[in-house]
Design a protein around this ligand. Structure first.
Ligand SMILES: Nc1ncnc2c1ncn2[C@@H]1O[C@H](COP(=O)(O)OP(=O)(O)OP(=O)(O)O)[C@@H](O)[C@H]1O
Length: 243
């Protein structure tokens, strides 16, 4: 007799963007753009300034609507911006619990603050935090609602290099605990290689290139394959990306 194993149904994470058009006046920013983000995949979106990365993220977040095409996203999404956007008149804990419901909301916020390394800072005011700490709070706020898709718009661009590396470690750790798909926008090719399952490069309103990254942790730091991928990404980005 065969036996069956009951498993929890897996929630679908990721997103599908099909033939999406977004224009502002005469300027077509997204021009029939296609992008699929797989279940629990971490996709990095690279592209020169002004190519439409934030526009795409805003569509995925539901903050804006396309003029054409289809955007399919899971119900629970969270977005993290470059600037922390914390409410300055609320303490750290309250910034994370805002919008949460249920008797366990505060405990969940405390747990996720501990995960991002901020246990003990619950009562601090945003102005008392360093840039890195403030972005940790933003990450905690994004993750506390257990989103299926997390959108990150240059979240570490304003941080110094060492803090940025620590944030990369944190994102890697958070990924293994929270089963979400992630789309992270960056200008930084090295950040892309450090974090991505796949790197997509935007040009002329579309996804121009897509590179799966199959490098282990050590090879992401230093290897011939890493340097080859880096060179290809710089080529994909074109002259505007090579600075
Ligand atoms: N609400 C808007 N109204 C008019 N134009 C807009 C609007 N939002 C974006 N744009 C224009 O669309 C283009 C793409 O902007 P977007 O912010 O998406 O680029 P980006 O790739 O994120 O740039 P950066 O890397 O510099 O942040 C720009 O030319 C911008 O001026």
């Amino acid at each position: 007799m065969s036996s069956t194993v009951a498993t929890e149904p897996r929630r679908q994470t990721g997103a599908v963007v099909e033939q999406v058009v977004r224009q502002f006046g005469d300027r077509v920013v997204l021009d029939r753009l296609d992008l699929t983000i797989g279940d629990e995949e971490l996709v990095i979106l690279l592209g020169p300034s002004g190519c439409g990365k934030s526009t795409l993220l805003r569509l995925l977040a539901g903050l804006d609507r396309p003029d054409g095409g289809r955007v399919e996203v899971p119900a629970r999404r969270a977005i993290v911006f470059q600037a922390d956007r914390l409410l300055p008149w609320q303490r750290v804990l309250r910034n994370v619990t805002l919008g949460l419901h249920g008797p366990d909301a505060e405990q969940r916020a405390r747990d996720v603050l501990a995960e991002v390394g901020l246990a003990g800072r619950e009562k601090a005011w945003p102005k008392e935090l360093s840039g890195g700490e403030a972005q940790r709070v933003s990450l905690a706020r994004a993750l506390v609602s257990e989103p299926e898709l997390v959108l990150l718009d240059e979240p570490f661009a304003a941080l110094d290099a060492i803090t940025r590396l620590r944030m990369h470690d944190l994102v890697r750790a958070l990924r293994t605990r929270h089963h979400a798909a992630m789309l992270l926008v960056t200008h930084d090719v090295d950040e892309a290689i450090a974090l991505a399952d796949r790197i997509v490069v935007m040009s002329n309103g579309r996804i121009g290139a897509s590179h799966e990254v199959h490098l282990g942790a050590a090879d992401r730091e230093a290897s011939v394959a890493r340097e080859e991928l880096r060179a290809r990404l710089l080529e994909d980005l074109g002259p505007a990306g090579q600075h």
